[in-house]
Design a protein around this ligand. Structure first.
Ligand SMILES: Cc1cc2nc3c(=O)[nH]c(=O)nc-3n(C[C@H](O)[C@H](O)[C@H](O)COP(=O)(O)OP(=O)(O)OC[C@H]3O[C@@H](n4cnc5c(N)ncnc54)[C@H](O)[C@@H]3O)c2cc1C
Length: 398
């Protein structure tokens, strides 16, 4: 709080913090700022219309294991109780540094003391021949995607679904769909599931569980064409010539960071992400960034995990409130569970210079553990099936 003493008396002027994006990083910022600066005006802005929610649980909302309300984070009543203003369904289009204002797509303008860009990523939409304008094609990234997928399944009595991509979101989407759709197929261009996280042997176990769950898996192939009937998707054609019936298709082929706003505002990027220092400060005075859109020094890319984005939000909040705090990030743990099998990984998974590393693999009928060592120290691990060692290995990692 800045107190101005002028001849007429005291005038109290509170700080105004603007947070762009109300997901993991944005939540980390707003909750921390509220603790650090009780009197501040805190405004969070998101272009999503829906109440903010936790992405880690949208699969449970898709499957029906959780109610929609159970995945929401900053509902109106929570925000009101903490005196946090929510502006939903509105996109921030520029940050005017000379006037210290953020400008929104609806013409609204908000002055700021400090601003945090927590704009995350958007799913990539591949351009596949024949797919233009077809009903029944979705991504699996936002809660609105799940609303649309569930409504479409209910309205069209979908019997066959195809998920394009066998990364984490693809496998989670396929797992969630099983509850509603009898025949679910997953298409993966690479040789195996989770190609960026596990080798073929570890993936084989996941693929076994997929098969046991009646999910069909097609590796080494890709969708080259979409067939429509009456304006809706009917089938997909694979690069190897096979046709798979599909009345619903989910693209899960990756995500791109939202950096247009930063670029338009003259903020420096590095390797496609917003460059920040260890205090989450961007190249622009008073403007911070956190989460999946931002990259820390000495890192090649963001962590892409919920806890890491939230943590960075807390660091950004300290900087915004004028308190110096430095991000000390441990390598993020990626953990999930699909088709009844658990998965966790951390640190170096596929060494760039394999000759410098030693790999220790132990496996059985229902587990696969791959530990990566360098100079006698644990540098990374992948656990499939039995993940009981997770906490211990996490502590041991260097
Ligand atoms: C399906 C799925 C499952 C996942 N499961 C897990 C998991 O189990 N564990 C885990 O650790 N991680 C998981 N993740 C990853 C995790 O959710 C992300 O790392 C995390 O959400 C990143 O948070 P963020 O705040 O940086 O960005 P995001 O979550 O991407 O949110 C960014 C927000 O910014 C808003 N926005 C963007 N541009 C603008 C603009 N110009 N104006 C206004 N608003 C804007 C968007 O509306 C969006 O709401 C999952 C991700 C997905 C998609």
């Amino acid at each position: 709080v800045v107190v101005y003493l002028i001849s007429t008396g005291f005038y109290l002027m509170s700080n105004t913090y603007i947070i762009i994006g109300v997901s993991a990083a944005g939540l980390g910022v707003v909750h921390t700022l509220r603790k650090l600066d009780a009197a501040a005006r805190i405004v969070c802005i998101s272009y999503e219309l829906e109440d903010p929610y936790n992405k880690c649980f949208i699969v449970d909302y898709l499957s029906g294991a959780k109610e929609r309300s159970a995945v929401l984070t900053l509902t109106d009543s929570v925000a009101q109780s903490k005196h946090i203003e929510r502006v939903l369904g509105v996109r921030v289009i520029s940050i005017d540094q000379s006037k210290c204002q953020v400008v929104c797509s609806n013409g609204a303008v908000f002055p700021y003391t400090a601003v945090c860009i927590a704009t995350g990523c958007s799913p990539v939409l591949p351009e596949i021949a024949g797919g233009g304008g077809a009903q029944g094609i979705f991504t699996f990234y936002h809660i609105s995607d799940v609303d649309s997928i569930r409504a479409y399944i209910a309205q069209h009595n979908v019997q066959e679904a195809v998920v394009v991509g066998a990364g984490f979101t693809g496998l989670e989407a396929a797992d969630g769909l099983r509850a509603h759709v009898p025949t679910v197929s997953v298409i993966e261009r690479s040789t195996h599931a989770l190609p960026h996280h596990v080798d073929t042997a570890g993936a084989a176990l996941i693929e076994q569980y997929m098969q046991k769950s009646d999910v069909r898996f097609y590796a080494n192939t890709s969708v080259v064409q979409i067939e429509q009937s009456g304006g809706a998707v009917k089938a997909v054609i694979l690069s190897d010539g096979r046709t798979i019936l599909a009345h619903l298709v989910i693209y899960a082929v990756g995500a791109r960071p939202h950096t247009e706003l930063a670029s338009a505002s003259g903020i420096l990027l590095r390797d496609g992400y917003i460059a920040v220092d260890d205090a989450m400060q961007t190249s622009a005075q008073g403007i911070y960034a956190a989460g999946d859109c931002a990259v820390l020094p000495r890192r090649m890319r963001p962590s892409f995990t919920w806890p890491a984005a939230m943590y960075q939000g807390t660091i950004a909040a300290h900087s915004m409130a004028g308190q110096s705090k430095i991000a000390v990030e441990a390598p993020p743990v990626i953990s999930s569970s699909f088709f009844g099998i658990k998965f966790a990984s951390c640190g170096v998974l596929v060494p760039v210079e394999p000759e410098l590393y030693t790999i220790k693999i132990t496996s059985g009928t229902d587990f696969y553990h791959r530990l990566v060592y360098k100079d006698g120290f644990l540098r990374g691990f992948v656990l499939v099936g039995n993940t009981q060692l997770l906490a211990q290995l996490r502590r041991d990692i260097h």
